[in-house]
Write a protein that binds this ligand. Structure first.
Ligand SMILES: [Zn+2]
Length: 42
């Protein structure tokens, strides 16, 4: 979990896969490693 838990989850959902962890072609999202969260803070 990110350290700042006051942030709404929608603010750190991966914007590449919209938090699904999977991209449109069915493969794992490379931006978030399939966890659906923007762990890179981009
Ligand atoms: Zn993603």
């Amino acid at each position: 979990m990110p350290p700042n838990t006051d942030e709404p989850i929608s603010s750190w959902l991966c914007c590449t896969c919209n938090g699904t962890g999977v991209v449109s072609d069915g493969s794992t999202c490379a931006d978030c490693d399939g966890i659906g969260l923007d762990i890179h803070g981009a």
